[in-house]
Design a protein around this ligand. Structure first.
Ligand SMILES: Nc1ncnc2c1ncn2[C@@H]1O[C@H](COP(=O)(O)OP(=O)(O)O)[C@@H](O)[C@H]1O
Ligand SMILES: C=C(OP(=O)(O)O)C(=O)O
Ligand SMILES: [Mn+2]
Length: 559
């Protein structure tokens, strides 16, 4: 079969895009690349940057996808419905060996095993009739962006990355050239457990020397977008000298003030950054550069569990033609999604292009330094106050400690909120030693005089199972007060043991909620949980103690 190249979705004139001459260029160059990589070009049909409509058709025809009542494509990722951190590895080679933070997060893989898995992925892709290619960018700032190529067997995965990467213009696509990073996604096919270094049939691996990623044995689409983030979390500091952030970001419509929201999965980055009073720069991955802030991605990946038009209208309305709903249960007659049904997983998701959010800042970058940093934590112990103001030392301390919980479903095997210390609020994606990100953050915060807030979107009035999660409306009121300046001007009291400054009053938020010692009915139980959590902080922070200033070490909880 002759390989063909389909026009990019943004192209206005299909007829022109099928013009033979412009196509032959692409085919010539791509043929060479794909043949060299081992693709059987006589057998497979390559679909490069295929139109959304045709990806819909293929996903429906070949993968059991369904069109939802609002036009989104409902897909299923199979057995894995969250990330597989235990099966994630980085290749140990001369460029990575002295840079990477090796340890429990970054498991070593040898170069030969990578080649075996890469070949296995390509062999699998060669058994398919259709192989999808999506070429796009990561990073909205042309100075710091990279070109990413995704090669996969499912139309669903191609559409997912069409939504999550930055979509090139027709001209950019024609002149795309060699990609900087390639993802081979053969997720339907297992890794061979007898291959040296494999511990299961799932394998997600990055090779920084080859600048390639191979996925076997998991079809969870989120692995690809977080793979791109891991690469940027490496390249931005190492190659460009810029700070990559696992954060969302938005900018004030009136005064152009920029806010970064750090947070591990499920803490509220996506939910809280979609704010009708502000323009959305991005919901998950950014770079704080010398000149401002830019988004790494071209789309958002929202959790849809218990989603409602009333509570989260921007996200609810982004679920339409072109969006992908992942593992969402739907009514088989009406095709209406049931966001309350967690029968498949609690980690139900929707991936949509960022322009589906009405007040998105496009291009997704600003030439302004941040004014506020919000560190989101989801405290399952119900101990931390819903908001506290951090000193620069406390900011460094909490960033390194990264205390929060893993939310159900996002990682394989996590069934209820599990307290965790996720350094830099991005442990599953961290590549370099945490101190490197923390130093850059502290330096930038000091240089630009940024205010920092710790916001607990987790439990209040009792621990998980007893208290309740901080109602979203109060968290939104708190975030509004950060932006209006009302919080900066508030009166503060000290929250003992943790030494945190908490506002004594804030309009729209009940007084007893602001101070957890008032919210807990059982004071003795509260004190015990405070001490328990403080002890956990101290234990977790021991890892970083030697590398930080005395002042930062003392900024943590004191028993
Ligand atoms: N107080 C709160 N603040 C933020 N999100 C909340 C709150 N209470 C409940 N939620 C829910 O928690 C989830 C947060 O997920 P999300 O914003 O996607 O997190 P992230 O983008 O950090 O992974 C959403 O389902 C949201 O509706
Ligand atoms: C997609 C993920 O991240 P987030 O929940 O931060 O969007 C993830 O952790 O798999
Ligand atoms: Mn998110």
């Amino acid at each position: 079969m002759t390989p063909y190249v389909t026009p990019h979705i943004l192209h206005k004139n299909y007829a022109q895009a099928f013009d033979n001459e412009s196509l032959s260029n692409l085919i010539g160059r791509d043929l060479e690349y794909f043949s060299q990589a081992g693709f059987d070009m006589d057998k497979i049909t390559l679909k490069r940057n295929a139109p959304v409509a045709s990806l819909y058709e293929d996903a429906i025809r070949n993968e059991g996808a369904i069109i939802s009542s609002s036009g989104a494509l409902i897909n299923f990722s199979g057995k894995k419905t969250g990330r597989s951190p235990k099966d994630k590895r980085i290749v140990y080679e001369e460029t990575s060996k002295d840079n990477i933070w090796w340890g429990s997060v970054n498991i070593k893989m040898d170069e030969h095993t990578f080649e075996i898995n890469r070949e296995r992925a390509i062999d699998f892709l060669n058994t398919r009739d259709n192989v999808y290619v999506f070429d796009g960018y990561a990073g909205w700032d042309p100075k710091y962006r990279i070109k990413v190529r995704v090669i996969c067997a499912r139309a669903y995965h191609a559409l997912f990355m069409n939504n999550m990467l930055i979509r090139p213009t027709e001209e950019e696509l024609t002149n795309f050239g060699e990609p900087d990073f390639i993802i081979y996604n053969a997720g339907q096919f297992p890794a061979n457990r007898f291959t040296k270094g494999m511990s299961s049939t799932t394998s997600v691996e990055i090779n920084f020397k080859r600048m390639e990623m191979v996925i076997l044995g998991t079809e969870y689409a989120g692995e690809m977008k977080k793979g791109v983030f891991s690469v940027m979390h490496y390249l931005q500091p190492v190659k460009f000298g810029q700070l990559s952030l696992h954060s969302s970001s938005n900018v004030g419509i009136e005064n152009g003030d920029v806010t970064l929201f750090f947070g591990l999965s499920g803490t509220g980055k996506t939910t809280l950054s979609a704010d009708p009073r502000r323009l959305l720069i991005g919901d998950d991955e950014h770079v704080w550069s010398d000149t401002g802030v830019f988004n790494i991605e071209g789309g958002c990946y929202a959790k849809t569990i218990n989603l409602s038009a009333e509570k989260e209208p921007e996200i609810f309305n982004a679920i339409r033609f072109g969006s992908i709903l992942e593992n969402v249960v739907y009514n088989p007659v009406s095709r209406v999604p049931d966001y309350d049904d967690v029968g498949i997983t609690e980690n139900t998701r929707c991936a949509y292009p960022i322009e589906f959010i009405p007040n998105a800042q496009i291009p997704c970058s600003v030439d302004r330094q941040p004014s506020n940093i919000i560190m989101l934590t989801c405290d399952a112990f119900g101990v931390l106050p819903p908001v506290s103001k951090l000193t620069p030392e406390q900011a460094s301390y909490h960033f390194l400690a990264g205390y929060t919980s893993k939310t159900p479903g996002t990682e394989d095997g996590v069934l209820e909120p599990i307290p965790t210390f996720s350094t830099c609020y991005s442990a599953p994606f961290i590549v370099l030693p945490p101190g490197r990100y923390a130093e850059m953050l502290a330096e930038r915060m000091a240089r630009h005089n940024v205010d920092c807030w710790l916001i607990n979107t987790g439990w209040t009035g009792g621990k998980y199972g007893q208290g309740k999660r901080c109602p979203l409306k109060y968290t939104r009121t708190i975030v509004d007060a950060v932006h209006s300046g009302a919080l900066a001007a508030a009166e503060y009291e000290t929250f003992d043991t943790f030494g945190l400054q908490i506002p004594t009053a804030l309009e729209g938020v009940p007084r007893e909620l602001l101070n957890p010692s008032l919210a807990w009915p059982d004071k003795g139980a509260f004190q015990r949980e405070v001490r328990k959590l403080a002890g956990m902080f101290q234990k977790a922070f021991a890892l970083y103690e030697r590398d930080v200033d005395e002042k930062v070490r003392l900024a943590g909880p004191q028993l």
